[in-house]
Design a protein around this ligand. Structure first.
Ligand code: PMV
Length: 318
């Protein structure tokens, strides 16, 4: 039996993080330059049903039966097997690798889960459809994040730009022309569940104040949807800056994010904001193709530990 590989890309949120947890829309795009992979192959040395999991990047090399069922890798495997309900499971090995930066708001956890679910279900002869891959990935996300909005599992599974709102049909965005984006990593890590739960406490104390800010962000996201489809980078830039001002009001930025955002703007980006949980992690800027090199260099000069440029390819609208 050949090696079967399940894959999934990284992602970045362009607009609407945090407000999306409170029912507002948000926009996210896949980042294909970084990806997670799960290679699945038979293990002829083990007994039927034994599953050997290797994730050498994090020093993990063990059997599923030895892992805490709450461990995200174990959860992804167990949820897949529960979904498939097969009578006979051969011994197999899952080798996981990923080039997605960890805890940087690029969806590394969700991409690894989606890759495992795809790899194992295909290896066992019953490849699961994207809708199920997304649902199972969401279940694993709940273990890490408590109350995830659901945007990460969708953008990563479908590998398309998405306009996402809780309890609404998912919309895929078809972009008319190329747009260019630069992602700068501050190297500071604050887990998303921390910023989400801190904002949750403040929201519980002053719901009207925060709901108003979330609604204003929702309005920005709606306008950004049209600007993104038309690849109107002037409007996208203005909206990134407006969204960032509101994220600052929510106390989600920090000195290193502010420094990278300013450096991108000074180097000619049309707009920039933090992306994801905030208080560290990544920022994102939109720029014309001719300004990309200058923005990338300015981010490194301002202390970014990693810079990834990505473009959203133009897709003719159907
Ligand atoms: O840190 P990330 O990129 O996984 O993004 C978190 C986005 C939030 O809106 C803050 C949380 C969520 O579940 O949507």
């Amino acid at each position: 039996m050949a090696v079967i590989t399940g894959k999934a890309p990284g992602k970045i949120i362009l607009f609407g993080e945090h407000a999306v947890v409170y029912g507002q829309p948000a926009i996210a795009i896949p980042v294909a330059k970084v990806k997670a992979a799960a290679h699945v192959f038979p293990d002829f040395k083990s007994r039927a049903g034994e599953i050997h999991i290797q994730a050498l990047d994090i020093g993990l090399d063990t059997f599923l039966s030895e892992l805490d069922p709450q461990h995200p890798l174990a959860a992804a495997v167990n949820l897949t097997l529960a979904e498939l309900q097969l009578e006979h499971i051969p011994a197999f090995q899952v080798q996981i690798s990923s080039s997605i930066p960890i805890s940087a708001g690029m969806g590394s956890g969700a991409a690894i889960s989606a890759a495992i679910i795809r790899g194992i279900s295909a290896f066992l002869g019953r490849p699961l459809p994207d809708s199920t891959v997304s649902t199972l990935t969401y279940e694993v996300e709940k273990i890490h994040h408590g109350n995830p909005s659901g945007i990460d599992n969708n953008v990563i599974t479908y590998n398309k730009p998405v306009y996402y709102q809780k309890e609404q049909a998912l919309q895929f965005l078809q972009i008319e022309k190329e747009t260019h984006w630069v992602i700068g990593d501050t190297g500071e890590k604050t887990p998303t569940y921390e910023t989400v739960s801190d904002l949750g406490k403040r929201h519980a104390e002053k719901p009207q104040h925060y709901d108003q800010i979330f609604q204003t962000i929702g309005g920005i996201v709606q306008e950004a949807r049209g600007a993104l489809i038309k690849a109107d980078i002037k409007t996208l830039g203005r909206l990134l800056n407006e969204n960032q001002a509101l994220l600052c009001e929510l106390d989600l930025s920090c000195a290193s994010l502010d420094r990278l955002i300013q450096a991108a703007l000074d180097a000619g980006a049309e707009g920039a904001k933090l992306s994801g949980g905030g208080r560290g992690g990544n920022m994102i800027a939109v720029a014309s193709a001719s300004k990309m090199d200058a923005v990338e260099k300015a981010l490194y000069d301002a202390g970014a530990v990693n810079v990834i440029s990505t473009k959203l390819a133009g897709v003719p609208q159907s």
